[in-house]
Write a protein that binds this ligand. Structure first.
Ligand SMILES: *[C@@H]1O[C@H](CO)[C@@H](O)[C@H](O)[C@H]1NC(C)=O
Ligand SMILES: *[C@@H]1O[C@H](CO)[C@@H](O)[C@H](O)[C@H]1NC(C)=O
Ligand SMILES: *[C@@H]1O[C@H](CO)[C@@H](O)[C@H](O)[C@H]1NC(C)=O
Length: 308
C-alpha cells in the first residue's frame, strides 16, 4: 500500500496515526527512484535517489544500493536527486541586501533588502524621506516605500525624514507667550515673550532704540518674524541679497527650495543679530527698503516699533 501524498481532509483524531505513518516513511524503502542502465549487466535498474543535502556518489548496481554523500561546503541539493554533484550556492547578496537565509546543504543562499530599503521589480530602493511640509503616515516596509501626507492644518514637519510624523503646532497662548509667527505645514508656530507689540520706547535722538529690557528677546522675535514671512522665493532671494550687501556671496539653495532659503535667511539674520546686539532693526529696515519690500518694511514697523 502506498501512503497518499496529499490526504483529503483528515479527521483530527486520525492525525497522530498519520504523522506516525509519515515519520516512518522517508526510510530508504520509500525513497523516490530513477532508472539507470547497468551496462555490465545489460539491464535497466531502478535506483534510489539521494535525499536533500546529498548527491549520488555512485549509482546503484545489482545488489548494491545508491551511495550518497553529503554536499561539500558552499554547495546544496534542495530535493531528492540523482545529481552527480551538488549545486553551488550562487546567490550573492547585493549592496543593499542582507542574507535572509545562509547557504546550507539543503538551500541556496537567499537575500532580502536591508532595513531602510524596499523591493521593487527586483531592486532594493531606499525608503524615501517625506519632504518638509509632509509627514510619515506609514513607515516603509521591506515591500513598500514610505507613505507621506501633506501636514494637515495645525500640524507641521520641518525636516526631510522617513520616520517623522506631522507634529502639532505649539500653542503659544497655553505656554503663556505671544504668537509671533503662525505655524505652517513647514514650520512650528513661533512664540515670543517680547513684551507687547509695538514694544520699544524711542529715546531722545534715536528714532528707534531697542537697547533696553527684553531687547534680545525682541530681536530674536524679529528674526523669526522676518525669516518666516510667507514671501515668494524671488522676494526671499531679494531680501537675502540685500542683507548680505553688495559683493557678498552666499551659496544659492537649489531652485525654488523655499524652505532651505528661509533657513538660510534665518541663519543670516541671526548672525547679524549676534554681530551687533541691539542694532538689528535699523539695518533691517534699510535692507528691506533696498530690496524693494515696502510691505515688509511696514509690517516690521507696525509690529516692532512704536507709532511715530
Ligand atoms: C529636524 O532635524 C534636526 C537635526 O537635523 C533636529 O535637531 C530637529 O529636532 C528635527 N526637527 C524635528 C521637528 O524633529
Ligand atoms: C491653545 O491653548 C488655549 C489655552 O490653553 C486654548 O484655549 C486654545 O484653544 C488652544 N489653541 C489651540 C489651537 O489648540
Ligand atoms: C502663502 O502664500 C501663498 C501664495 O503666495 C498662499 O497660497 C498661501 O496660502 C500662503 N500661506 C499662508 C500660511 O499664509
Amino acid at each position: 500500500m502506498k501512503v497518499r501524498d496529499r490526504p483529503p481532509l483528515t479527521p483530527l483524531w486520525a492525525l497522530p496515526c498519520l504523522l506516525l505513518a509519515l515519520a516512518t516513511r522517508g526510510g530508504a524503502e520509500d525513497a523516490p527512484t530513477y532508472p539507470v542502465w547497468d551496462a555490465d549487466a545489460q539491464e535497466q535498474l531502478v535506483c534510489r535517489r539521494c535525499p536533500p543535502g546529498t548527491f549520488v556518489h555512485r549509482p546503484c548496481s545489482r545488489g548494491r544500493p545508491t551511495a550518497c554523500r553529503p554536499c561539500p561546503p558552499q554547495h546544496y541539493t534542495q530535493f531528492w536527486n540523482y545529481l552527480e554533484r551538488c549545486r553551488y550556492c550562487n546567490v550573492i547578496c547585493g549592496e543593499n541586501e542582507e542574507e535572509a537565509r545562509p547557504c546550507s546543504a539543503v538551500h541556496n543562499r537567499a537575500c532580502r533588502c536591508r532595513p531602510g530599503f524596499f523591493e521593487l521589480s527586483g531592486f532594493c530602493l531606499e525608503h524615501a524621506p517625506c519632504l518638509p511640509g509632509y509627514g510619515v503616515v506609514a513607515l516603509g516596509t521591506p515591500t513598500q516605500n514610505t507613505q507621506c501626507q501633506l501636514c494637515p492644518p495645525g500640524t507641521f514637519s520641518a525636516n526631510s525624514s522617513s520616520t517623522e510624523q506631522c507634529q502639532p503646532h505649539r500653542n503659544c497662548t497655553a505656554l503663556g507667550l505671544a504668537l509671533n509667527v503662525p505655524g505652517s505645514p513647514f514650520h512650528d508656530a513661533m512664540c515670543t515673550s517680547c513684551p507687547g507689540f509695538p514694544l520699544s520706547i524711542p529715546e531722545s535722538g534715536a528714532p528707534w532704540d531697542w537697547r533696553g529690557a527684553g531687547t534680545e528677546e525682541c530681536e530674536r522675535a524679529l528674526v523669526d518674524f522676518l525669516a518666516f514671512q510667507n514671501l515668494s522665493f524671488r522676494r526671499l532671494l531679494q531680501l537675502q541679497q540685500a542683507l548680505a550687501g553688495p559683493g557678498a556671496w552666499r551659496p544659492l539653495p537649489p531652485r525654488e527650495d523655499r524652505v532651505s532659503l528661509q533657513q538660510q535667511l534665518w541663519q543670516q539674520l541671526t548672525e547679524l543679530r549676534e554681530a551687533r546686539p541691539g542694532a538689528l532693526v535699523e539695518g533691517l529696515l534699510q535692507a528691506l527698503q533696498a530690496a524693494g519690500l515696502p510691505r515688509m518694511e511696514r509690517a516690521v514697523r507696525k509690529r516692532f516699533l512704536p507709532a511715530p
